[in-house]
Ligand binder design. Structure first.
Ligand SMILES: [Zn+2]
Ligand SMILES: [Zn+2]
Length: 263
């Protein structure tokens, strides 16, 4: 099975999974490679945090890579929580400076400084307003976070928004999507297909059709697992979804370069 390019272990603040358990789960499912993209979010909950322990991470993950050589490929990575303020951008850039990472995912967990996960971002906003601002701020961040390879879970809001209809649809925000996709494509970034979100709210086929129409080719697959049994979550179902739309490849990142894998 294709690689799982984004998952978490106990090196992330919100997971207690020993990394080895993720690797064992991947091996049992015949998954080609997995990338440990641990969280790095500055100012979580409004206070400065730097809870990504780089030294321990590399020691453990590189040892695991040796241990699983020839069984499951183990890749290093980080998931940077992107926010526009310069101080957060600078801290994030500094955090990964000098690190030998395979994959850097940039994700929006906060918009306008407010948390999507706990829902505070959505307070007092209807879907049109909150999703429009989210898509615009995502583009603003991608323009600033030039060290990111992949935009993580574009549809993260679909998981946690309080609206009856939470699906992020192309036809409701065509201008915002087009601008964002054009930037991603022109700058050689990739778009992540996040199966954790897709398991809760179905992905909009129009989003993926439009990305392809504009020339988008680079797609990564992510379970975003925080538990070992969620590694590779519903990959078969969703690779079929993309194949039906005409996609032929998914990509993993090694040493910051995309590597094609047949869907
Ligand atoms: Zn995330
Ligand atoms: Zn994640």
């Amino acid at each position: 099975m294709i690689s799982d390019t984004h998952l978490h272990s106990a090196f992330s603040c919100d997971s207690n999974t020993p990394p080895r358990e993720n690797a064992e789960s991947a091996e049992s499912q015949n998954i080609k490679t997995i990338a440990f993209t641990e969280h790095y979010d500055c100012y979580l909950g409004g206070r400065p945090t730097d809870d990504f322990d780089g030294d321990a991470y590399f020691e453990d993950i590189l040892a695991l890579k040796d241990e699983f050589a020839g069984r499951v490929g183990i890749l290093t990575g980080i998931e940077i929580g992107m926010q526009p303020p310069a101080v957060i951008l600078e801290q994030s850039a500094k955090r990964i400076e000098g690190l030998t990472l395979d994959h850097v995912v940039g994700s929006m967990h906060y918009v306008s400084g407010l948390d999507i996960y706990d829902g505070s971002y959505f307070n007092g906003k209807d879907k049109r307003e909150s999703y429009t601002v989210l898509l615009r701020e995502t583009l603003e961040c991608l323009k600033k976070y030039t060290f990111v390879d992949t935009l993580g879970h574009i549809d993260y809001s679909s998981r946690y928004a309080p609206y009856e209809d939470r699906q992020l649809r192309y036809r409701e925000f065509p201008d915002e999507f087009d601008e964002l996709f054009r930037f991603i494509i022109e700058n050689g970034l990739s778009l992540e297909f996040n199966t954790k979100t897709a398991g809760r709210v179905p992905p909009d086929p129009d989003v993926w059709t439009r990305y392809k129409e504009l020339g988008g080719e680079l797609v990564t697959f992510a379970s975003d697992a925080h538990k070992p049994w969620l590694v590779g979550y519903e990959f078969e179902k969703h690779t079929a979804f993309l194949k039906n739309l005409g996609y032929k490849f998914a990509f993993r990142y090694e040493n910051r370069k995309p590597v094609a894998e047949e869907l």
